[in-house]
Ligand binder design. Structure first.
Ligand code: FES
Ligand SMILES: [Fe+2]
Length: 477
């Protein structure tokens, strides 16, 4: 992660970005330049994208020998190939002769790639097979395509641009204990969708890792997923879920190894949470979406969530899975790619209905794209950027400063009350869909009466509004 300069020196660093990092207040949002500054974006690329591991795909996208697909990340292009021997390779799509793009198709099947410029020919493991009219002392073995480090774990393909990649052992172990239980190694991709987002990638990741916004911004998700509430409020639901999982003879792992990269290890955080009573999976009405996967012989009413390396996020249900990829595209542009996984044997139209399968995370991501872009627009418009608190943005803070944030601020109760108090006040926040000014609406029972949300949700808001429960809401991130 992009950690502060740790050199011991009494003089302040002359580096502008180091100064901004040093000025960061724990528990507060990042300063405005972190979301739009070109130099900070370049440093993100250097310290996050060229240092950490990224999940690029599920290996089922290149199932046959010699299949390939090109992936675009920041300004790089990576050709992901499956060699005839079944091994997977990641090659930079840059010819070693004059730097042309060797592969000009997005995907296909090819034993070799012939550069369209001067016809240097590469095997799909990156080795240079032929180079016309070169001198006798030319060594083909010194001119293969640049290869990246690759790991395939439970069907997930990870790449690292680093010369010496971060240790992946902890990540592999936790992926076996999570995705492995859900049979992701035998899964297949049912659907993929990319969302271009007009915002810095950190705004998108920050939004993903906090669920404070879930209740107001994601009514569909919040109907079925208990994580819309702080973890300490769903302990009983989670305990019941774990009992059901245990009764199935399954142990799904969890663990928090969220850390900066200073110790040379990749970072991962896996946690579990319950669906509401009677809900089996992440569908519109809670009913099953596809055939069960992995070790599951019945639904346990639970979800396993994995955060990995800063750009890769996984969601496991017993009958399907989600891969969430965050891809930088520039200081104020990124892309979110969603990948839906199902049992490798499941057939569309028989075992699953694609429209129903993709419904929840499609509507949720449409909503997220909107609120992320509204946030970015507000950042850009604000003449004097306010000291915003971006609580529960732990991942982003860790990425940019090496600082973890967990604590809630003193106005959390008021904000929770405010966000759910409908039709009062003049301002309407896209996060809240409700009255914005808590001072105007007050904090009592009267303001809750104006709320248009269901009674159960209002009851939870009342409980959350108690000052005694403000210390660790949404403790997962
Ligand atoms: S640039 Fe590829 S062969 Fe010349
Ligand atoms: Fe969201």
């Amino acid at each position: 992660m992009l950690a502060p300069d740790t050199k011991t020196t009494t003089a302040p660093s002359p580096d502008r970005i180091d100064q901004l990092v040093a000025a960061h207040k724990p528990g507060h949002g990042l300063a405005r330049p972190f979301y739009c500054d070109v130099d900070i974006y370049e440093r993100d690329l250097e310290r996050v994208f060229r240092r950490h591991w990224h999940c690029v795909a599920h290996e089922s996208v290149i199932p046959k020998p010699n299949d390939f697909e090109v992936f675009r990340m920041a300004s790089e292009q990576v050709i992901l190939t499956r060699h005839a021997d079944g091994s997977i390779h990641a090659l930079l799509n840059v010819c070693r002769h004059r730097g042309a793009e060797v592969c000009t198709k997005d995907k296909g099947n090819a034993r070799v790639f012939v550069c369209p410029y001067h016809a240097w020919t590469y095997g799909n493991d990156g080795s240079l097979r032929a180079a016309r009219l070169m001198p006798k002392d030319f060594k083909r073995e010194d001119h293969g395509l640049k290869t990246l480090h690759v790991r395939v774990v439970e069907g997930l393909v990870f790449i690292s641009f680093a010369e010496n990649p971060l240790d992946f052992t902890e990540v592999e172990n936790l992926l076996h204990a999570t995705c492995g239980q859900y049979g992701w190694g035998q899964a297949k991709v049912a659907y993929r969708q990319s969302y271009p987002v007009d915002a810095n990638w950190k705004l998108a990741v920050e939004n993903y890792v906090e669920c404070y916004h879930c209740g107001p911004a994601h009514p569909e998700y919040s109907q079925t997923h208990a994580l819309e509430q702080p973890l300490h409020m769903i302990e009983a639901l989670n305990a019941a879920m774990e009992e059901r999982t245990c009764a199935l003879g399954i142990q799904v792992g969890s663990g928090d190894h969220w850390q900066t990269s200073e110790n040379g290890k990749e970072t991962i955080h896996a946690f579990r949470y319950a669906l509401y009573d009677g809900v089996k999976t992440g569908s519109q009405d809670g009913s099953p979406l596809s055939t069960l996967m992995g070790r599951f012989t019945e639904f346990d009413g639970g979800v396993t969530s994995v955060h990995l390396g800063g750009t890769s996020f996984l969601v496991c249900y017993p009958d399907h899975g989600m891969i969430y990829r965050f891809i930088p595209k520039g200081p104020e542009a990124c892309e979110m790619e969603l990948i839906w996984l199902v049992n490798g044997e499941a057939q569309e139209g028989i075992d699953y209905d694609l429209e129903k399968l993709k419904w929840l995370w499609t509507v949720t991501t449409d909503e997220d794209k909107s609120i992320i872009e509204h946030t970015c627009a507000a950042c850009a418009r604000t003449i004097s950027y306010p000291a915003r608190s971006r609580r529960w943005s732990r991942t982003s803070c860790a990425i940019s400063t090496g600082i973890s944030t967990r604590s809630a601020g003193p106005d959390a109760a008021r904000a929770l009350l405010c966000r759910n108090t409908a039709n009062v006040g003049n301002l309407r926040c896209p996060f809240r869909r409700c009255g914005f000014d808590a001072e105007a609406v007050g904090e009592g029972e009267e303001s809750l009466k104006a709320c248009s949300l269901p009674a159960g949700t209002r009851a939870r808001i009342r409980a959350v509004s108690s000052p005694t429960v403000l210390q660790s809401p949404f403790g997962q991130s």
